[in-house]
Write a protein that binds this ligand. Sequence first.
Ligand SMILES: Cc1ncc(COP(=O)(O)O)c(C=O)c1O
Length: 408
Amino acid sequence: MLVDADGKEYIDGLAGLWNVVLGHGRRELADAAREQLETLAYASGYSGSSHVRVIELAERLTRLTYPNINRFFFTSGGAEANESAIKMARSYWKLRGRPNKTKVISRELGYHGTTLAAMSATGIAGYWPLFEPRVPGFIHIPSPYPYRAATTGGPSHGVAVANALEEAIVREGADTVAMFLAEPVIGVGGVIVPPDDYFPRIREICDRHDVLFAADEVITGFGRTGKWFALEHWGVAPDIVQFAKAITSGYVPFGGIGVSDAIARAIDEGPVPWMHAYTYSGHPVGAAVALRTLQIIEDENLVAEASRKGVNLLSVLRGHLADHPHVGEIRGKGLMCAVEFVKDRDARTPFAPEAQVGARIHAEAIARGLFSRVRGDVFVLAPPFVTPDDLVDRIGEILAAATKAVLG
Ligand SMILES: Cc1ncc(COP(=O)(O)O)c(C=O)c1O
């Protein structure tokens, strides 16, 4: 729960900013931070240095992430993780004797953070205008969006949209493309779940053209979708995985990347150190809080709980809203859900932006004690994994009441 300056309570429908998966006020996490601060408040994680807590964390992550990913580098958050992944991909190809492979292909509607390269990879144009020019060599292709897919007689939507990656690689020249960067389930862009055949096809295309596949799991990592990491849903592993947010349940800033054994080998065998690190890479307090967070997720079986509660949340939302004439789609994966509002349900026509439908529903939800976010007319929900069942029900009731207040 959140409490505002006037003492009014709200359900935290977005777990902070998708990160506070264990909920607010967990003493165990405060204890982990305090104990670490008393023992070793800071140690360098810069190139050539490490310390015990961060080594323990890396060891634990080898068990939790994809089987081919066993080497880690830590940051203070998600954008730094994406910067690190981009630089990792470029350095990998240089070390493998292919220095022209530098371009990054990412997707429209993708969100990767606001530092310059992460912003350039981000495919939501609203993040760009004040900060142009973007970094050169960043290319966007469409995202799968099953609700908005055109029905054609050709391949499935998932395969057709994945094929746009191959077209872009061929157009740019495979010898110039370092990586493909994508969120397994789009978060900020409106909780968009890909069709089941999309990521298997993406993996095939990346392999065929020697393009690294980096999964931005800053939101989806550590259980949000009902699996520890979201590409597990489709039996696919990336070459690089970026994480942040849930790894410390948002209690202290932390993030990082994991890389495949092949990439780790290239770095190990390289003639120069990997000259990329931050003062706060692998901060001991972040590592200690991350270890305690991951322990709690395991002890309380919260990955399975996120899956179970996500199913409940979708069914509560559908129970209240599936028949509403302005509800276009109710979708989700695990405890990451969205309701998309439309003007005309049959034609799937959106409301005019000036109508501010999403913003008005958001305001009505807040007035009734539910806090979250909207993207346009898509209301997104990602409550903490520990949200009690009765509050999951309450989220559905409040969103339904807010919808009726605005749209009848
Ligand atoms: C998928 C994704 N990647 C990266 C980021 C950026 O993370 P940060 O804000 O910690 O830099 C976010 C933040 O919401 C995100 O959702």
